[in-house]
Design a protein around this ligand. Structure first.
Ligand code: MIC
Ligand code: SF4
Length: 817
């Protein structure tokens, strides 16, 4: 089945003329990224030569994807937005809530019963609002999207940072928080700062032990976890066209780890092959007709330095397999140096577990190549030293690799096959013995390896590598084994060498699947009832955040000054906390429990400024909240790196934190803070981080004249009675300042949708914001009146916006009786 063919056709029909117009205005040949961006401008967005890294631009993405852990919050917000149906094709994927323990079948049965309430909620909301629903076990969001929805030249957003995976099929696919998804699903424009462009030229050809994963492991080493921030990475060159489409997906997927807005590749024969193999020959045919628009203009790739802000060149013929880690995905070590580095840094070298699969690396090609190594275990009289697990990315891949005998091969090395879900990648791994917190090493083909992420043990040294290398290292049981040069001693005491991995890019007999796990929504969902029990500890309807009180913020306390890396995993941990993703109050009990307190270097231990006692972060913040005292969180560089989870922004907001002040932000997190009505600020002078003392109190001054590009002032009152003032920067544009004032972007939207009866122009614009012909005047009027409403009657409007949701609760409660 090909989804949304008409939508794709309509885009391809309008692309050539839109690109021609853009080329004229920009007045130079265009990169692929620009072609896609310019052909997805929102109907109300004026075409101009946008400043890269400067202009805020309104886009109209083609589709939205959400995974279960983030979809709950996204859909709770969507329900409050008061729309009857999603405005663009959207899907929900149940993949994050399945604990990997004994194996796919049992694990899935347990998840289906433990998370029944959440899955029912997601499926009924999907049914009601016209959203495609992928059941638990169907697969991981990004693999399912690549197999079914991604298409060259398209633009999508998804509530997961690895949405970027779809760049492997030539999309501009961007990870966002749920509130952004609500905008697009409501038919509103989606705003993004026009990205900078990084070009990566791939020369040569992958060979031997090296795979697509090693390209991105190398890139991460070059650009670091911050290097891609605010940029789209566009790959090109003979090395790009010679690799598989799914290999490209792997590279784009892990682009999230360098903070890139997204990554993409031009349309080529590998994409055509993949589209055909996944049952979308019609899409390939349509793409072939507009193929010159689905890649950059030839001048761009001929002279990349002229058209990209930065260019990196990698020769695939010389690229070595890499092992990245521990604790950060950008610590890149070529396999030939691993012995040296491990010894130098005291990394435990015994590999306890090798884990392959995940959304990053579970293509047919990945599995086939890993299986070619597993097969050599018996052939060469070896014994696998480490445990080994596989998490297939989709039921289609799982079914096909089983049919083709790979699962049997893995069985022979004692592998465990987990459900088609995130599992160990997101800490949903019931790993025996992890609670002992022993120092140990694991190697996986996932994308992230932050401390505690996989098994909750802060002493697990997790390394990222290609599935092939993970398999080899698991067979050897040794992190320092270099399969390119080293031999292994087999059971007969002989020295044997592993042959380099081999495997087909796509299944010779085609893909197959019995039940892909898709449930189409009702044609008319208006009668569908959504159940949210008021007594649930998993789901909670949202109360709108309070609007800004209209004054500067005075007498704020310091909740925590976080030291060093503070990713979204540190701010809102996953693992066992995933189960509260639909219940804001409950999940708020994990607020910043992974962050290190600058003053005592401890995790989850901060001083309560009221009692002077040290306590857990959420307890201290709840104590401030109870007394009506606001607080601030101070952080280091790249604060909020990692995931798209907006809980990391909503939790502090819910508990009464008023501002997050850091040296720098990761893109998605900064937007999430803005959307939730939180102040996200940066030190104008990074050294001022050192001025913040544990017992300080703070005022944030300048909010009554809050304006774009105008810094605010932070008054710091030290406990010795002295005080100093520092400048703090922000990146809020005029529209985002309105979110802050309204209390959140959602409050503003809800007010807009329930707005004005007169005059006609206002009504039209408010009702149909995506309507092509909403004149700028009408748009302005609607905005103005919405703002007025928010200013004057926020409380009232917000209540009204909440009503339908409340009704649902009552109804469902009644129904239950
Ligand atoms: C992740 O890989 O960290 C996640 C879990 O997929 C997240 C989303 C989430 O926190 O739910 C992501 O990458 O956005
Ligand atoms: Fe799931 Fe891991 Fe992929 Fe995130 S990175 S979507 S947790 S498999």
């Amino acid at each position: 089945m090909v989804f949304d063919l008409d939508m794709i056709k309509a885009l391809y029909d309008r692309m050539p003329s839109r690109i021609a117009k853009a080329r004229k205005i920009v007045n130079k040949p265009l990169t692929l990224s620009e072609k896609i961006l310019y052909s997805h401008l929102h109907a109300d967005q004026k075409l101009e030569n946008f400043g890269r890294g400067k202009s805020y631009v309104d886009f109209a993405p083609d589709r939205v994807a959400m995974q279960d852990a983030t979809a709950q919050m996204a859909l709770l917000q969507f329900m409050s937005a008061g729309r009857p149906k999603v405005a663009v094709p959207s899907t929900v994927h149940c993949d994050h809530l399945i604990v990997a323990k004994t194996g796919a079948k049992d694990d899935l049965t347990i998840a289906n019963s433990e998370s029944k309430e959440v899955f029912n909620f997601l499926s009924s909301v999907s049914n009601k609002y016209g959203i495609g629903f992928w059941k638990p076990g169907a697969g991981i969001i990004h693999q399912v999207v690549l197999e079914n929805y991604a298409f060259p030249g398209g633009m999508m957003i998804g509530t997961d940072s690895h949405t970027v995976n779809a760049g492997g099929l030539g999309m501009v696919a961007i990870g966002v928080g749920g509130a952004d998804a609500v905008d697009v699903m409501s038919g509103m424009a989606w705003e993004l700062k026009f990205p900078k462009l990084i070009g990566i030229k791939l020369t040569g050809k992958l060979n031997g032990w090296t795979s697509a994963k090693d390209v991105i492991l190398k890139v991460a080493g070059i650009l670091t976890v911050k290097g891609g921030t605010g940029a789209i990475v566009e790959y090109f060159g003979e090395g790009a066209t010679s690799m598989s489409c799914t290999g490209k997906g792997t590279i784009c997927n892990m682009g999230a780890e360098i903070g890139a807005t997204t990554s993409t590749f031009g349309y080529d024969a590998s994409m055509e092959r993949y589209l055909i193999a996944t049952g979308r020959a019609e899409v390939a045919k349509m793409a072939n007709k507009v193929k010159e628009h689905l890649t950059a203009d030839p001048e761009v790739y001929a002279n990349p330095e002229k058209y990209f802000d930065q260019v990196v060149e990698i020769n695939l013929s010389e690229l070595e397999p890499h092992v990245n880690g521990p604790f950060t995905p950008d610590l890149a070590t070529p396999i030939s140096k691993i012995k040296e580095e491990a010894a130098k840094n005291g990394w435990p070298t015994k590999v306890e577990v090798g884990l392959i699969g995940s959304c990053t690396n579970s293509s047919y090609e990945d599995i086939a190549r890993a299986a070619s190594l597993a097969k050599q275990v018996a052939d060469k009289g070896l014994k696998t030293k480490a445990e080994f697990t596989i998490t297939p990315g989709s039921e289609q891949v799982r079914y096909t690799i089983e049919r083709d005998g790979f699962i049997k091969t893995f069985d022979k090395i004692g592998a465990k096959v987990f459900a088609n879900a995130c599992g160990p990648c997101i800490g949903m791994w019931s790993r025996v013995g992890a609670e002992k917190k022993e120092k140990n090493t694991i190697v996986h083909s996932f994308n992230r390896n932050f401390q505690s992420r996989n098994d909750g043990n802060p002493n697990t040294y997790a390394f990222v590598a290609s599935p092939e290398l993970v398999t080899a290292l698991a067979i050897a049981g040794d992190l320092t084994f270099n399969p390119v040069t080293d031999t292994l001693t087999n059971e007969q005491g002989q020295q044997v060498k592993l042959d380099p991995p081999t495997g087909d890019e796509l299944p010779k007999k085609g893909f197959d699947v019995k039940d892909p796990g898709f449930v189409a929504p009702a044609k008319d969902g208006s009668k569908v009832v959504v159940n949210v029990s008021p007594s649930s500890d998993r789901l909670q309807l949202l109360d709108p955040f309070k609007p800004w009180e209209g004054t500067d913020l005075k007498g704020l306390r310091l909740l925590i000054k976080a030291k060093g890396k503070c990713t979204t995993d540190h701010i809102s941990m996953a693992g066992k906390w995933l189960k509260y993703r639909g219940h804001l109050d409950n999940i708020s009990n994990n607020l910043l429990i992974g962050a290190t307190n600058f003053y005592n270097e401890k995790i989850n231990s901060v001083k309560n400024g009221l009692s002077g006692q040290y306590d857990e972060v959420p307890n201290v913040q709840r104590a401030y909240k109870a007394k009506g005292i606001g607080s601030i969180v101070v952080g280091d560089e790249n604060y909020g790196e990692g995931s798209s989870r907006e809980h990391a922004a909503m939790e502090p907001r819910h508990l009464g934190v008023r501002a997050i002040l850091v040296k720098s932000f990761a893109r998605i997190h900064e937007t999430n803070l803005k959307k939730q009505g939180m102040l996200g600020l940066t030190f104008a002078n990074k050294e001022d981080y050192n001025k913040i003392k544990e017992d300080d109190t703070f005022d944030i001054v300048g909010l009554t004249s809050f304006a774009p590009e105008k810094p605010l002032t932070l008054v710091i009152r030290h406990s010795d009675g002295s005080q100093e003032s520092i400048l703090v920067n922000h990146t809020y544009n005029a529209n985002q300042i309105e979110w802050f004032k309204a209390g959140s972007a959602l409050n503003l939207m809800a007010a807009k949708f329930t707005v004005p009866k007169k005059p006609a122009a206002k009504k039209k614009a408010a009702k149909k914001p995506a309507a092509k012909k909403a004149t700028p005047k009408a748009k302005k009027a609607a905005k103005k009146s919405a703002r007025k409403v928010v200013k004057k009657k926020v409380a009232k409007k917000v209540k009204a916006a909440k009503k339908p949701a409340k009704k649902v609760t009552k109804k469902s409660a009644k129904k239950k009786k």
